[in-house]
Design a protein around this ligand. Structure first.
Ligand code: ATP
Length: 299
C-alpha cells in the first residue's frame, strides 16, 4: 500500500559515554520511497541503523517498523545488505547463497537462482567469489538479502571503495528494487549517489537531522541555483555584480553567480543598464551538493 509508514523513529537518541552519536532523530519513511541518509563520517548513520535493526538499544526514543514496535516478525521483513567480507572467497556465488541462505531455513535453489538473476549475477553464478569485482561482491550481498523477499532494504554505505562502474551497478539495482515497490534506506556520504536514486532524504550532522524532506523540496527550497553569464566585458560585469552584492566567480569563459528566485531577471537588467551587454546567460538547477554544503558547512 503506497503511503504506508514503513519506519518511524521518534526522538531516537543514543549516547556512548560522553558522546551523543544520535540525538532526537525523528524520521518517517513510507512505502516505495528511496530514503537517503546523508552525513559526514561519524555523524551517526551506522548507530541509527543499528537502532533501527534492534542491534543496540536507544538511550531514549523509539523505532516503529511496519506500524509495530521492533520485534522478530517486523525485523523478518527487513533485508540488510551485509558486509561482503563474510562470504567464502573460494566458493561460488551460488554456493555462498546456499550456505548463508540456509542458516535459518532450508535452502531454496529456485529462489537462489531468481536472486542471482535479479542482481545480474546468473551468468557468473559458478565463478568463485574471490574472482568478483567489488560491485559484483556487493550485488551478491543484495542477492542474499533478496532470498527472504524483504519489503524494506537497508544499505549502509553500499558503494564504499567501489569504482564508478561498481557504483553504477548498485545504483541501478536500487532503482530496480524501488520499481518493484520495495522501500530502501540508503546511508551514504556520497552526494551524487544519493541525488541520483533517492526520492527523500535526511541530512545528519553530529547526530542531529538538520534537513529532511523530498529531494524535490530540498532542491527547490529558496530556489537556489547558479547563473552562468557570458558578458561582453568581464571586468565591468564583475564590478556591477559585486556592487549589487552578488557572489560571483570566474569559471572558464563565464561568470558564475549564486542566485535565488527572481535574481536572473534582476541581474540581466543590472548588467544591461550598467552598460554591459550579455552574450549568453544560462540558469542551472541547484545540486544536492549545494544544499549539503549549506546545511553542514562542510565541503
Ligand atoms: N560502540 C561505540 N562506542 C563509542 N562510540 C561510538 C560507538 N559507536 C559509534 N560511536 C561514536 O558515535 C559517533 C557516530 O558514529 P557512527 O558510526 O554512527 O557514524 P557514521 O555516520 O556511521 O560514520 P561512518 O560514515 O564513518 O561510518 C562517532 O563519534 C563514533 O565514534
Amino acid at each position: 500500500m503506497t503511503g504506508e509508514c514503513i519506519v518511524k523513529t521518534e526522538n531516537l537518541t543514543r549516547t556512548f559515554g560522553s558522546i551523543t552519536a544520535v540525538k532526537d532523530l525523528s524520521i518517517e519513511i513510507n512505502r516505495g520511497q528511496v530514503f537517503g541518509f546523508l552525513g559526514p563520517n561519524g555523524s551517526g548513520k551506522t548507530t541509527t541503523i543499528s537502532m533501527m535493526l534492534g542491534l543496540i538499544n536507544p538511550t531514549k526514543g523509539n523505532v516503529n517498523l511496519f506500524g509495530t514496535k521492533l520485534c522478530p516478525d517486523s525485523l523478518k521483513r527487513v533485508g540488510t545488505v551485509m558486509d561482503t567480507n563474510g562470504f567464502y572467497p573460494g566458493f561460488s556465488a551460488r554456493d555462498n547463497l546456499l550456505i548463508f541462505g540456509s542458516l535459518h531455513k532450508p535452502a531454496d535453489r529456485k529462489k537462489i537462482d531468481a536472486s542471482l538473476e535479479m542482481v545480474g549475477l546468473a551468468s557468473r553464478a559458478r565463478s568463485k567469489f574471490h574472482t568478483y569485482s567489488m560491485g559484483m561482491k556487493q550485488r551478491l550481498s543484495i542477492a542474499l538479502a533478496l532470498l527472504d523477499d524483504p519489503e524494506f532494504f537497508i544499505f549502509d554505505e553500499p558503494t564504499n571503495g567501489m569504482d564508478p562502474e561498481g557504483i553504477a551497478e548498485i545504483r541501478s539495482l536500487i532503482v530496480k528494487l524501488a520499481s518493484q515497490g520495495k522501500t530502501v534506506f540508503l546511508a551514504s556520504h556520497l552526494l551524487s549517489e544519493v541525488e541520483q536514486v533517492c526520492t527523500h532524504l535526511a541530512i545528519l550532522k553530529k547526530g542531529v537531522v538538520i534537513r529532511q524532506g523530498s529531494l524535490t523540496e530540498l532542491l527547490s527550497k529558496d530556489n537556489r541555483g547558479e547563473l552562468e553569464v557570458v558578458p561582453s566585458d568581464f571586468d565591468k560585469a564583475l564590478s556591477v555584480l559585486k556592487d549589487a552584492g552578488y557572489e560571483t566567480r570566474i569559471e572558464k569563459s563565464s561568470l558564475i553567480v549564486k542566485v535565488h528566485e527572481g535574481d536572473a531577471e534582476k541581474i540581466s537588467v543590472l548588467l544591461v543598464t550598467g552598460g554591459v551587454p550579455i552574450r549568453e546567460m544560462r540558469l542551472s538547477k541547484p545540486r544536492l551538493e549545494d544544499v549539503f554544503i549549506e546545511a553542514t558547512g562542510q565541503n
